[in-house]
Design a protein around this ligand. Structure first.
Ligand code: MRU
Length: 347
C-alpha cells in the first residue's frame, strides 16, 4: 500500500517526496509546521486531498509547539499557524476545508485548557487522515460501475494514492476498484506537462498496482480518441463549484473538449471536501500561477531561450456541460449538478 501522508507517534508529518518519484522512493519527515508548509508549496506533497490531510497534520504539529498555558495567547498563535498553512497553494479547496475543520475543532467550548486543545487538534488531524482513506475506497466503489470490461480509460495528472493520504486515490481509485472487481481494463496516462505528474506519478502508481498502463504525451490524446483507443476519461479535481464546473490540472479542459467531440464520457471523481458550495461557478475559482521555470526547464535542462515570455497557470476549469457525472464518496451526481451535488451534501 502506498502511504503518501502519515503521522508519526511524535506527531511529525511523514511524506513520500513526490518530486523524486519515480526513480527514488524517499520519505521526508516534517518536524514543524513551517517545514510542512514548504513541502506543500514545493510539491513534495501535492494533489488536493493529500494537501488537505497534510495541512491538518501540520496544524496539529504547529499547535503542539505553542509554548503557553494561556488560552487567549494560544488561540492567537494557532491562528498564525493556520494562516501560514492556508497561504501555501490557492486552488485546491481541500486545503481550506482542512484549515476550517481544524479551526472548528479548536473552538469547541468543552475544551478547558491549552493541553486539551492540543489533544483535540491531534485527534482531529488523525480523523481527517483516517476518513480520507475510507472516503477514497467508497468513491472507488461508487464509480467502478461506470467502467466496463475491456475499457481503456484516459486520465490526466495524478489523482491516485499519491494525491490522497494513500492506498486508493480518487480517479485512480475508481480504476483500481474496477480492476479489483476483475475487469480487464487499460489506462492511458497523459504525461501532464509541465510538472509531469502523469509520467512520473500515475505511470509509477499504475505499474505498482499491476494495472496495464500506457504513457502518452498530452498532445496525443486526440489522436488516440479519434482512433477509437479510449472509451472513458476519468480525472480528479482540485475545486468543484456548486454548479459542477471543475478545476483540475492544466490540460484537463482540453481533454474534456476532445472527449465530447469523440462522444467519450468524461467523469470527475472527487470527495465532497473538494466541492466549494460557496461559489456559484468556475469563474470564481482562483487559479495558481506557478514558477515559469517549470515550463522553461525539464529538471535542470533548459528548453527555452533565456528571457522568453512564459505563462504557467497550474489549473484550468472544465465547464459542467462537459462532465457526464461527478463521483463522490456519498454517491454520484448527474446534471443538473447544482441540485444533485446539494442533495449529496445533505445525504
Ligand atoms: O498541482 P497538483 O499536482 O497538486 O495538481 C493535482 C491535480 O490536479 C489532481 O488531479 C487533483 O488534485 C485531484 S487529486 C485526487
Amino acid at each position: 500500500m502506498i502511504k503518501t501522508v502519515e503521522f508519526t507517534q511524535e506527531g511529525y508529518v511523514r511524506l513520500i517526496d513526490q518530486r523524486l518519484l519515480p526513480t527514488e522512493e524517499v520519505f521526508l519527515e516534517c518536524r514543524d509546521y513551517i517545514q510542512l508548509a514548504e513541502a506543500i508549496k514545493n510539491m513534495t506533497v501535492r494533489g488536493a486531498p493529500a494537501i488537505g490531510v497534510s495541512a491538518a497534520g501540520g496544524i496539529a504539529l504547529g499547535a503542539r509547539a505553542v509554548d503557553t498555558q494561556d488560552m487567549g495567547i494560544f488561540q492567537k498563535r494557532f491562528e498564525e499557524v493556520c494562516n501560514v498553512i492556508a497561504s501555501t497553494r490557492p486552488t485546491a479547496v481541500n486545503l481550506f476545508w482542512a484549515v476550517d475543520r481544524m479551526k472548528k475543532a479548536a473552538k469547541n467550548p468543552a475544551l478547558k485548557s491549552v493541553a486539551e486543545m492540543k489533544a483535540a487538534l491531534r485527534r482531529e488531524a488523525d480523523a481527517v487522515l483516517a476518513e480520507d482513506l475510507l472516503i477514497n475506497e467508497k468513491m472507488g466503489k461508487n464509480g467502478a460501475g461506470f467502467i466496463s470490461e475491456g475499457d481503456t480509460i484516459l486520465t490526466h495528472c495524478n489523482a491516485g494514492a499519491l494525491a490522497t493520504a494513500g492506498h486508493f486515490g480518487t480517479a485512480l481509485g475508481v480504476i483500481k476498484a474496477a480492476h479489483l472487481e476483475g475487469k480487464n481494463i487499460k489506462v492511458f496516462a497523459d504525461e501532464t506537462r509541465p510538472f509531469l505528474q502523469g509520467a512520473r506519478l500515475t505511470a509509477w502508481e499504475m505499474k505498482k498496482e499491476g494495472i496495464d498502463v500506457t504513457l502518452i504525451t498530452d498532445n496525443m490524446a486526440g489522436y488516440f480518441m479519434n482512433k477509437g483507443f479510449i472509451q472513458k476519461v476519468i480525472v480528479g479535481a482540485d475545486r468543484i463549484a456548486s454548479n459542477g464546473d471543475a478545476a483540475n490540472k492544466i490540460g484537463t479542459y482540453s481533454v474534456a473538449v476532445l472527449a465530447k467531440t469523440h462522444n467519450i464520457p468524461f467523469y470527475v471523481a472527487a470527495p465532497i471536501s473538494t466541492i466549494d458550495f460557496e461559489i456559484p461557478n468556475g469563474d470564481n475559482i482562483p487559479i495558481e500561477e506557478r514558477d515559469t521555470r517549470e515550463v522553461s526547464h525539464v529538471g535542470n535542462r533548459q528548453l527555452a531561450p533565456d528571457g522568453v515570455k512564459i505563462l504557467n497557470p497550474a489549473f484550468d476549469v472544465t465547464p459542467n456541460e462537459y462532465i457526464e457525472a461527478i463521483i463522490t464518496e456519498k454517491g454520484v451526481a448527474k446534471k443538473p449538478f447544482k441540485e444533485s451535488l446539494e442533495k449529496l451534501r445533505n445525504s
